[in-house]
Design a protein around this ligand. Structure first.
Ligand code: ADP
Length: 633
């Protein structure tokens, strides 16, 4: 009996007592080793004329025996000599071994981490097996050897017989206990689904003998009441689909094939809106197949939603959802990335440090951006649908980017134009601005209809300035975060920030303010804590009074923030603007001049509450408001 090397022993201990939940990956590891071994033989055959291989000679086979409780994975690959068995399976042969040696001190709870970090390859078979036999015969040799181990003490290597070159690995599964079921692997269905899940795109056929059922021929003398009888039979079947769809040229794949792949792999019942196929070669070589879904999953904006692309290394699945491959604002994208430059055992921790992966992520992001730009320019209807589905993610990206993402994501934004009555991009808005317009105007509220009817929106529009109507909670926040577009600042039309009045209009308002100072002061006192000021509007609307805000928080922002923890502190500073040209203004003046304080209070209250309602805000005291209206009636 030969002893395992120290570090191998430690890893094996971990493996055997593993709390690692993902033990089913053992099959993936063995198949991927088999595929590598077939690869090696195949590559050698390309340069060595003495090696004549039939195409169907390169294969992998998975079998199981329920009674013996064994699973066998065999390949017709390059095989191993006795020395190679010793060298490869007696120590940790993979790239992680050195680091693993450096990290000698670990507890059992680190098992999952270590398994993830360094990969486990062949040793993962000990997660499910009490005994492992490896019978191998190198190509071109008559001699075969058997390596055998229980994974605990050590291993033996003895001469053996094997008919063909290649390697056969026989796992005898551990006994099932109440907590751990190993027998689940002894089923055709389970093995088939593991192969499909993890190894579907391995380049060589993975065969399995499967049991099927067929109807027996109807006997000639069968009566009227004959019931069809069935028999089981076995058949050889290739389980994996082999050629990954993402490796194929876009011109060779039909839209239907892409759609089918998308729907079955990503569990969606709607066709994708766009399919992006990337084949990169050179310093960084990878294939990617990306999808823009046709609809948003119901959980997209919840904590449960997990973003990420499937990550493959040469057709072998490494990770289901590699989050690092997608920025949050493209978190809705689905797809796969396959790169032969990545190690199979790359783990979550090392992914972040992996520069190749980061480079691929960058490229993926650029591809998605350019596809969206193309859609925006050539297929506006599709793009609007896309934006209805996923625009919020992009807006969140702009919000979180605080200006840093303006260049990349800004051009992708669509907002509703009050003048054009359809979606426009920010560029389209700016291009259509009259020369005298300095800022980008927007209004925020809960519906396009209500916003279009806002007196101030109508007034601004009448002056020939467009207003972007923002109806999503995130809208005003992301616009503020962007600050400006093409050097034009974003300004909410319902704030004192906007400047659409002409010099004449400003002058008239100022003079009216001075002439009616007493009235304005009296109204300000009545509204005391509610407003910070009462003024004459320089841009009168159709309404007798409108509410605007001064300072950074608008009424719409206040409404959104009122659901958060700092609601009380984050109140908009309100300014009531009066329309001096409206007949109601005369009524106010009369009430003030006659010294009827109750009347002035009543009118002021009513005007303020009306203004609130027009902005889509609730009146502060609805009962008093209703009573006040009754009084007038
Ligand atoms: P890794 O595959 O990461 O190198 P493993 O522990 O899985 O690590 O395998 C160690 C080595 O054993 C492999 O590098 C390979 O040389 C050899 N090996 C494993 N399985 C086979 C096989 N089926 N045929 C030939 N060689 C194999």
């Amino acid at each position: 009996m030969r002893k395992f090397k120290t570090e191998s022993k430690k890893l094996l201990d971990l493996m055997i007592n593993s709390i690692y939940t993902n033990r089913e990956i053992f099959l993936r590891e063995l198949i991927s080793n088999a595929s590598d071994a077939v690869d090696k033989l195949y590559f050698r055959s390309l340069t060595d004329k003495d090696i004549q291989l039939g195409k169907d000679e390169l294969e992998i086979r998975v079998a199981f025996d329920k009674d013996a409780r064994t699973i066998t994975v065999s390949d017709t690959g390059i095989g191993m000599t006795a020395d190679e068995l010793e060298k490869n399976l007696g120590t940790i042969a993979h790239s992680g071994s050195q680091e693993f040696k450096d990290e000698n001190d670990f507890s059992e709870t680190d098992a999952a981490d270590i398994i993830g970090q360094f990969g486990v390859g062949f040793y993962s078979s000990f997660m499910v097996s009490k005994n492992v036999k490896v019978i191998s015969r190198p190509y071109g040799s008559d001699e075969a050897n058997i390596w055998e181990s229980n994974g605990i003490d050590g291993y033996t290597i003895e001469p053996a017989t094997k008919e063909k070159h290649g390697t056969e690995i026989i796992l005898t599964l551990k006994d099932s206990t109440d907590e751990d079921d190993y027998d689940e692997f002894l089923s055709e269905w389970k093995l088939r689904s593991l192969i499909k899940q993890y190894s579907n795109y391995v380049r060589y056929p993975i065969h399995m003998t499967v049991t099927k059922s067929r109807a027996l021929p109807k006997p000639e003398d069968a009566g009227e009441d004959y019931v069809t009888e069935y028999e089981d039979y076995t058949e050889d079947e290739v389980i994996n689909s082999m050629i990954p769809i993402w490796k194929r040229k876009k011109s060779e794949v039909t839209d239907e094939e892409y759609a089918e792949f998308y729907k079955s792999d990503f569990h969606d019942f709607t066709d994708p809106a766009r399919t992006i196929s990337v084949h990169a070669e050179g310093a960084l070589s990878y294939d990617a197949l990306l999808f823009v879904p046709g609809r948003a999953p119901f959980d997209l904006y919840t904590r449960e939603y997990e973003k990420g692309l499937a990550l493959y290394s040469s057709g072998v699945l490494i990770m289901d959802k590699c989050a690092d491959l997608l920025p949050d604002y493209y978190g809705w994208a689905r797809g796969v990335v396959d790169s032969s430059d990545l190690s199979l055992n790359i783990s979550r921790e090392t992914l972040q440090r992996n520069s190749q992966l980061r480079a691929i992520a960058n490229k993926v992001e650029k591809k998605i951006t350019s596809e969206l730009e193309k859609m925006r320019d050539n297929d506006r209807e599709d793009y609007e649908l896309f934006f209805d589905n996923f625009g919020r993610s992009i807006k969140f990206g702009l919000y979180a980017g605080y200006g840093m993402k303006n260049d990349e994501l800004g051009p992708l934004v669509l907002l509703y134009s009050a003048l054009k009555q359809k979606y426009v991009t920010l560029d389209e808005y700016v291009d259509a601005m009259p020369e005298e317009q300095n800022d980008i105007y927007y209004a925020a509220g809960d519906s396009i209809e209500r916003l279009s009817n806002l007196p101030i929106v109508k007034t601004v529009a009448r002056k020939g300035f467009d207003v972007l109507l923002c109806t999503e909670d995130v809208d005003e926040f992301f616009l503020q975060s962007m600050h400006a577009w093409k050097e034009k600042e974003f300004k909410n039309v319902s704030t004192t920030d906007i400047d659409v009045a002409s010099d004449d209009e400003k002058k008239i308002a100022e003079e009216a303010g001075e002439a009616n100072k007493e009235l304005l002061d009296a109204m300000k006192e009545i509204l005391s804590t509610n407003v910070s000021d009462v003024k004459i509007s320089p841009t009168p609307t159709d309404a007798p009074a409108t509410l605007t805000t001064a300072g950074p928080i608008s009424l719409e922002m206040e409404r959104v923030l009122s659901q958060g923890p700092d609601a009380d502190r984050l109140r908009a500073q309100r300014v009531l603007l009066l329309n001096a040209q409206h007949s109601v203004f005369e009524t106010l003046k009369t009430a003030q001049e006659s010294g009827d304080k109750d009347k002035l209070r009543l009118y002021t209250d009513l005007l303020y509450n009306q203004a609130l309602l027009m902005c889509g805000m609730p009146v502060e005291d609805p009962i008093t408001f209703a009573e006040e209206i009754c009084k007038l009636m």
